[in-house]
Design a protein around this ligand. Structure first.
Ligand code: GAR
Length: 201
């Protein structure tokens, strides 16, 4: 696939991972042009980040459509319009429909704020993950970049990095330490995937 590839980034919130991908692309560390930001929420701060960078964005909510089939068809249409090659989920809190996963096999990535397969699955997102890690008294946590398949937090793991859990940690302090690592490994893993270095493509 010719570089740079066209990348869509899906968000639901602050979009700090979106920012790290924008920064990496600008610095030439990520061979991607971010052509579109898709947000599941109209009030996501990540939309403001997109606006500042002159990146097109759409608010996409499946529930705005009469049925799931029409919702999925619309999402596929938008992705086709923007000639999207890869999709990076960055704090996106909704399921990706099966038709989209089939159309983009091995081309959708997610970042998860823990060491999968631990602390993954339905309901395990954002602060819930960090609360669960602290409740179990684990000595370490971390971040995972993985491919997206039809099962939540299940696809092939591309990259992981550990961080220590420090006595006195709160979900917020742990989240902050993990987020730093997320910002480092997401562009790295995505770049390797785009270049076919995981045996893909
Ligand atoms: C990140 O910590 C990301 O790993 C997590 O949400 C946060 C989004 O932050 N994602 C999940 O929990 C997905 N299961 P951001 O909006 O600042 O990138």
């Amino acid at each position: 696939m010719p570089l740079p590839v066209n990348l869509a980034v899906f968000i639901s919130g602050g979009g700090s991972n979106l920012q790290s991908l924008i920064d990496a692309a600008k610095a030439g560390r990520l061979s991607a042009k971010i052509v579109l930001v898709v947000s599941s929420r109209a009030d996501a701060f990540g939309l403001e980040r997109a606006r500042r960078e002159g990146i097109d964005s759409v608010v996409y909510r499946a529930k705005d459509y009469p049925n799931p089939e029409e919702a999925e068809a619309e999402l596929l249409k938008i992705l086709e319009q923007y000639k999207v090659d890869f999709i990076a989920l960055a704090g996106y809190m909704k399921m990706i429909p099966a038709t989209v996963i089939k159309r983009f096999i091995d081309k959708i990535t997610n970042i998860h704020p823990a060491l999968l397969p631990k602390y993954g699955g339905k309901g395990m997102y954002g602060h819930f993950v960090h609360e669960a890690v602290l409740a179990s008294r684990d000595k370490e946590s971390g971040a995972t970049v993985h491919l997206v398949d039809e099962i939540f937090d299940h696809g092939k793991i591309l990259m992981q990095e550990r961080v220590p859990v420090i006595p006195g940690d709160t979900p917020e302090s742990l989240a902050e330490r993990v987020l730093k690592v997320e910002h480092e490994i997401y562009p790295l893993a995505l770049e390797q995937l785009i270049r076919g270095e995981f045996g893909n493509g």
